[in-house]
Design a protein around this ligand. Structure first.
Ligand SMILES: [Zn+2]
Length: 271
């Protein structure tokens, strides 16, 4: 015999399962909130980096433009050259006054450009670290979210198992109660034809004239069945044919179940 497990165990299972589901959901939401902050900070950082890069580009364009104008106007060689994405400045100190003047005029601006560019280089290196860190944070969030999702699934399963067991216990108790009620007041329908006992269809009588609690007057009289050779199939077909077509389609399975469970046809008793 299986050991009986008290209801409370299943109630605790449902509670634990629901707790796990709730807890995992809250933790998962917290992860999202935390990551949203990290994401927003990283976006702001990227914006500032783009701004810095844009400023350096503007400065470069301005310097190129100015050196071009100055050298053309003074009829001297342009001391600033563009290679790849960088600018090269050749400081000129010569007897040609114009050449020296152009070079002197551009030197301070080139120093500023160089400083800005150096800073941008450092920022871009720093960005490599920040980007890696951000990706790691994202991966860590994804893994932890997967774990919480898995936990939610486990919690839901545990709660469902507990709930189904509770439902099963409830149904078993209900059935027991139904049998107890039936044993006390007797069946509500004839245990041969399945029709309910009513004033126009009273219970049949035993040989001694007392009422038989199980069968109706049509099926049972003076201690004997009115149709002793009747079979389950005949009763089922007869009752089913008494229904309208729509009822027949909807309830024939239910009818089969009801009649099959009657005392005369269930095989529990011998008649
Ligand atoms: Zn009957």
């Amino acid at each position: 015999m299986m050991p009986t497990i008290p209801d409370n165990v299943y109630k605790i299972l449902v509670a634990i399962g629901l707790f796990i589901v709730g807890y995992s959901q809250i933790q998962s939401d917290k992860l999202d909130e935390k990551f949203a902050v990290t994401n927003s900070e990283y976006s702001k950082y990227l914006d500032s980096l783009h701004e810095e890069s844009r400023k350096a580009d503007d400065m470069k364009d301005e310097l190129l433009y100015e050196s071009d104008i100055l050298s053309t106007r003074n009829g001297v060689k342009n001391p600033i050259k563009e290679t790849d994405s960088l600018l090269l400045f050749t400081r000129v100190i010569s007897k040609n006054k114009n050449e020296t003047a152009v070079s002197d005029s551009l030197a301070p601006k080139f120093r500023v450009y160089k400083r800005v560019n150096k800073h941008l280089g450092a920022s871009l290196k720093d960005h490599e670290f920040k980007k890696k860190f951000f990706e790691l944070e994202r991966q860590s969030r994804d893994i932890r979210k997967d774990i919480y999702l898995y936990l939610q699934f486990i919690g839901l399963s545990v709660a469902l198992i507990g709930f189904i067991q509770l439902l099963y216990i409830q149904m078993t108790n209900d059935r027991k109660l139904m049998y107890e009620v039936r044993n006390t007041i007797g069946p509500i329908r004839c245990q041969s034809c399945a029709r309910r006992f009513t004033a126009v269809r009273p219970k049949g009588k035993n040989k001694d004239g007392s009422y038989n609690q199980n069968f109706c007057m049509d099926c049972y009289t003076e201690g004997e069945f009115t149709e002793p050779n009747l079979t389950f199939k005949e009763v089922y077909t007869r009752t089913k044919n008494g229904l309208s077509i729509s009822y027949r389609i909807l309830f024939s399975a239910y009818l089969y179940f009801i009649i099959k469970n009657l005392d005369r046809w269930s095989g529990r008793n011998k008649y």
